[in-house]
Structure formats: structure tokens, C-alpha cells
Design a protein around this ligand. Structure first.
Ligand SMILES: [Zn+2]
Length: 251
């Protein structure tokens, strides 16, 4: 809670990252959350790991230990055999209670325009898991507009454009969300005036905040508070939208 607003960080990585050497455990994330007044976070594996099943186990344990603070997400190499991919999504959903899947195109070069990517959107929609896509760095497959086609092919799927394409591709994110009602926007890495621009086109009921990493938590979660927008919009972005999308709880 900060200035009377409940805060939901929809983008918090834990585990051990082989690409960056970074290591984070749930307690480190909790400490940063408490310091910044953040109530709840989506825990997401790093994209390059030694054993993704072990990372999922870690997140499952954190969600069980702190159900009031954490929602869990999976991240699975989309190029393993499709049967294995489906089995792990099922295990994450049904055994571990994870509620979203992260797709990280700069390390997982899956072409979202190609029908070859259908299995991913199909499987996650089947288990009602929103797909959080990293957008921005990692072009071309991280271009926000590319997700219009899977969002249209799978209207029952929920897609969240993580980082909103960054400042360079933010306008594409606006186009994608305007065209597809099942596309949501997570605004980490944007400047506050970018968020205002998005709000001219996309309602707060489809926006959410995220930090990515603990050192950005205060900056990212507090940047919306001084904006001159209705309090109801701030409540939606900071708490109500992610609570509905990830936890199925209408506030
Ligand atoms: Zn991320």
C-alpha cells in the first residue's frame, strides 16, 4: 500500500538466470516489496535457466508459502517437443497452481505470426493462463503488432504485452490493444507521459504495472501516483486489472 493505493507488481523475476548470472529468491523480492509498499507480485522465471522444471518448482513453493503475496508464472522453451511443452503447462497449472506463462522472444525466437506458434496460445488458453510477452528488445519477434494475429486467432486467450514495447514501440502497443480487446499492456520501462498517451486510447481496465527487477520496483510502482488521472484509473492499473487477470478476482 502506498498513498492509499494497493500495488500489484505484475513482473518480478526469481530463480537463477544463466544469461545474466543474476540470482533472486522469493525472500529478496519480498524485502523489496515491503520497502516499496507493494502488496502482491507475479513471480516469473528467468528465460535462460539450467532446468525450467526446477524453476517452476521454486515458484510453486513460493506461491504456497506466501499465497497472500505471490501469483506464479511459468516460462518454457517453446522449442522442446510439443507434448513436453503441453505436459509442463498442465503440471504448472494443475499441480503447482501457476497462473500465467511468460514468453521471452529475445531468447525464445518463436514467430507469433506463424501457425507454428498456435500450440502455445492454444495450450495456455486451455488452462486459462494469460501469456505475458516480453516486447521491445528482441525484434522482430518482440514487436507488439505481431501479437495481433494470435490474439485474433485465439479470442479466448489473454495476451499481456510486457514493457509495452518500450518507448520505441509503444505506439505499436497502442495499435495492438486498440485492435484486440484481449490484449493487455504492462507499462514497465515507459516514461509517465507514455502511460498518459496509452490512456488516450486504451482503458485502465487493460493496463497494469510491473517492475521486472527489484532495483526498479519503487520507480516503476510509484511513477503513476503523481499523474493527473482519475483515482479510479490508478486503482485499476495498480491493483484491480492484474487482480482480475491473474487471480480471477473482481475487485
Ligand atoms: Zn521479464
Amino acid at each position: 500500500m502506498k498513498d492509499g493505493f494497493r500495488l500489484y507488481d505484475t513482473h518480478a523475476h526469481i530463480g537463477t538466470a544463466r544469461h545474466s548470472g543474476r540470482r533472486q529468491d522469493p525472500e529478496m523480492v519480498l524485502r523489496a516489496m515491503d520497502k516499496a509498499g507493494v502488496d502482491r507480485a507475479v513471480l516469473i522465471p528467468f528465460p535462460v535457466v539450467e532446468d525450467f522444471r526446477r524453476e517452476h518448482d521454486l515458484i510453486g513453493a513460493a506461491v504456497r508459502a506466501y499465497p497472500e503475496r505471490f501469483t506464479g508464472a511459468a516460462c518454457i522453451d517453446p522449442f522442446i517437443p510439443e507434448g513436453e511443452f503441453r505436459d509442463e503447462v498442465k503440471r504448472c497449472a494443475e499441480v503447482l497452481g501457476l497462473r500465467a506463462l511468460k514468453l521471452q522472444p529475445q531468447y525464445q525466437a518463436l514467430n507469433p505470426v506463424s501457425r507454428r506458434s498456435d500450440f502455445l496460445f492454444e495450450t495456455t488458453a486451455q488452462y486459462r493462463m494469460p501469456v505475458i510477452v516480453h516486447t521491445g528488445s528482441g525484434v522482430p519477434f518482440s514487436l507488439p503488432s505481431l501479437y495481433i494475429l494470435p490474439a485474433q486467432r485465439f479470442p479466448e486467450a489473454t495476451l499481456i504485452l510486457g514493457h509495452a514495447g518500450g518507448s520505441v514501440y509503444m505506439l505499436e502497443t497502442i495499435v495492438a490493444a486498440t485492435v484486440c480487446p484481449n490484449i493487455y499492456i504492462e507499462v514497465s520501462s515507459l516514461m509517465p507521459h507514455h502511460v498518459l498517451e496509452i490512456l488516450h486510447h486504451v482503458p485502465a481496465s487493460r493496463l497494469m504495472a510491473g517492475a521486472d527487477l527489484p532495483e526498479s520496483l519503487e520507480t516503476e510502482m510509484h511513477k503513476l501516483l503523481p499523474l493527473e488521472i482519475p483515482e479510479a484509473d490508478k486503482r485499476a492499473i495498480l491493483w484491480e486489472t492484474p487482480r482480475r487477470v491473474f487471480d480471477g478476482i473482481a475487485v
